[in-house]
Ligand binder design. Sequence first.
Ligand SMILES: *Cc1c(COP(=O)(O)O)cnc(C)c1O
Length: 434
Amino acid sequence: MKSADLLKRAQFLMPGGVNSPVRSFSAVGLTPPFIAYGGGSRIFDADGREYVDYVCSWGPLILGHAHPTAVEAVERAARDGLSFGAPTEREVEMAELITSALPSMEMIRMVNSGTEAVLSALRLARGCTGRPYIVKFSGCYHGHSDSMLVEAGSGLATAGTPNSAGILPAIASATLVARYNDPDSVRELFAAKGAEIAAVIVEPIAANMGLVPPEPDFLPFLRRVADEYGALLIFDEVISGFRVAYGGAQTLYGVRPDLTVLGKIIGGGLPVGAYGGRRELMRQVAPLGPVYQAGTLAGNPVAMAAGLATLKILQGDPAVYARLEEKGRILAGALRQAAADNGRRVTVHQIGSLLTLFFTPGPVAGYADARQSDTALFARFFESLLARGVYIAPSQFEALFISAAHTDADLRLTIAAAEAAMRELDAPRSGTAD
Ligand SMILES: *Cc1c(COP(=O)(O)O)cnc(C)c1O
C-alpha cells in the first residue's frame, strides 16, 4: 500500500501530511490516495488505481491533465530559462490575452496565487479610496490572507471576527461580513459604515460553499450600492474566470467590476494569480503609484507558458464552453434522477462545468442554507464514488470541475457510480477508502 506508506511519512513531516488542508480528506473522515500521474480526465494513484477526476487541481485544469500543448509549451519555456526576474515577452502576451478577454481589466499585475492576488487587490482598494473597511460574504473564500479569514460578528453591522487562530482582532474587525444573495444584509452594512467602506469583494458565482449561483439582481445590486457609496466592486473570479465563459462571470452576467482577481485556469496548472481593473486604479500600483506590491517569481516564464497555452486553446475553440455546459447538464440531471430514484431530497446546482450536489432539499442561496447539508451522507456518497473510481472534492462545500477532456464514457461511468452510491447511502460505512 504505497499511499498508506507515503501518508505515514508525510504526516510525520507535514501538518496533516499535506500542503493544503482539504487534501487530507479530513472532511470526509478518510485518508487520501497519493497521486502519481494524470492524463486527460484520469488520475492514477501510487498504488496504480485509476480515477475519473472531478477535482482537476481544484479548477485550473479545464483542459484536463497534462494537455500535450500545455506540456510542450512548458518544456519549451523551461529550456529557455526557468526565471529571470526581468520583463519577458510572455508576460505582455498574457496581459494582452487577459485584458482582451475581460475588458473591465484595463491593466493587470501577475502574482503567484489567488491569495496573493486578493490581498493585493484589497490593499489597492484601500490605497485608492483611503477607506478602511472591506465587505465580504460569508461562505465566499478569497484565499488565506488575514483580512479574508473572517466570519460575521454577533451583530451584523459589527466588526468581523477571525475564523483562524493567529489573526489580530483589529485586522478582522476591518472586514464586514454580509450574506450572499441577501441585499438587505449589504444595505445594513452600508447604512452603518458606507462612507468608510473601500470595497465589496464577492465571488460572482460562489463556488467555495458548494456552488451557489447569484440570484438575478444580486450582482447588479452590488454594482449599484458600491457606486452609490463610492466603494469599489471586486470580483474574485479565481474560479469563474475562463471557467463559466471565456470572459468569466462578469461577461456571463454583464456586470462590470472595478477590480478583478484571477488565478487557477490562467496558470494552466502552474502557480499563478493576477489582479487588475480600471486603469486609474491600477496606476496607483508601484512603481507608478504609492501602493506597494512585488514578487520575485511573478510573471514567471514557465508559468506564463502554461497559462498562455491554456488560454489560447480556450480562445481558439469558442464551442468549448457549450460542450462543457452540456456535460454539466447531463451530470446534474443524472444526479438529480439518481437521488429521486432513491427517495433522497437533494439540491443540485450547476453552471457550465461547475456542479455541486447538496444533501439538503434546499433552496441553497447562501452559506446558512449550504450548511443544512447532511455532511455525513455526503461523506458516504464520496466514499462510494471513490471506491468506484470517481474522484470528487472531499468536502460537501466544494464544486466538481468538469474538463474538456471528460468523455461521454467518463460521464457514463460517473453516472453509474453515482446511482450505485445513492443506493448504498444507507449501508454501514467501512470507515476507510481502501
Ligand atoms: C482558490 C481560490 C482563491 C485562492 O487561490 P490560491 O491560489 O489557492 O491562493 C481565492 N479565491 C477563490 C474564489 C478561490 O477559489
